[in-house]
Design a protein around this ligand. Structure first.
Ligand SMILES: [Zn+2]
Length: 190
């Protein structure tokens, strides 16, 4: 890959806690900003009538840890999630662009439901990064809560346990934030 395949990390993917790029993998603590490939996931909740929104949780996970995590998913769950996504999500690979991609445009609607963000109250965003750069060929995307609610029932109990365990072990949302009743209602690797 060349320099034009990357762009600066958008501020929306900064750590809520530090207001800076994530430095470490949530699971193995490896340093991310030199030469690691990693994924950032952030969950947001809006309050009707207000422009402010809460970050429910956010983290970065290195590719090795994310793959290890997926290996713990049951094959049945993975097959169902993949079937759902290939039915509902048309991932148009972006034409190669010299300039930076428009992050606001990438995150303007649910990748599954196509609902515009102004009509969504809870959602998660995902981005793929390498070192201190965003990987442009995998554009960031947004998944609304209503799409997640359709995906959760596809997941086996064992896989939900894996997700709940991950959430309980690694994510400590601010106690003032609204905790999801079921961690795996929120947490999903896709
Ligand atoms: Zn890791």
């Amino acid at each position: 890959m060349s320099a034009s395949d990357f762009q600066e990390i958008p501020k929306i993917f900064y750590s809520y806690q530090t207001q800076k790029p994530f430095c470490d993998c949530l699971v193995c603590n490896c340093y991310l900003l030199d030469d690691q490939t990693y994924v950032i996931e952030k969950a947001y909740k809006k309050h009707p009538g207000y422009t402010a929104q809460d970050v429910i949780f956010d983290y970065a996970i290195c590719l090795a840890c994310a793959l290890k995590m997926r290996q713990e998913f049951s094959t049945d769950s993975l097959a169902k999630i993949n079937a759902y996504l290939s039915e509902h999500v048309i991932m148009n690979p972006l034409p190669h662009q010299k300039g930076p991609i428009d992050i606001d445009q990438c995150l303007a609607q649910c990748a599954v439901k196509k609902t515009p963000i102004r009509e969504i109250t809870s959602y998660q965003i995902y981005g793929h990064f390498h070192g201190n750069r965003l990987i442009k060929s995998i554009s960031p995307y947004l998944i609304s809560q209503s799409a997640i609610e359709e995906i959760i029932p596809l997941i086996s109990n064992d896989t939900q346990d894996v997700l709940n365990d991950f959430y309980n072990r690694h994510l400590n949302p601010d106690p003032e934030m609204l905790l999801p009743k079921q961690p795996s209602d929120q947490l999903i690797f896709i």
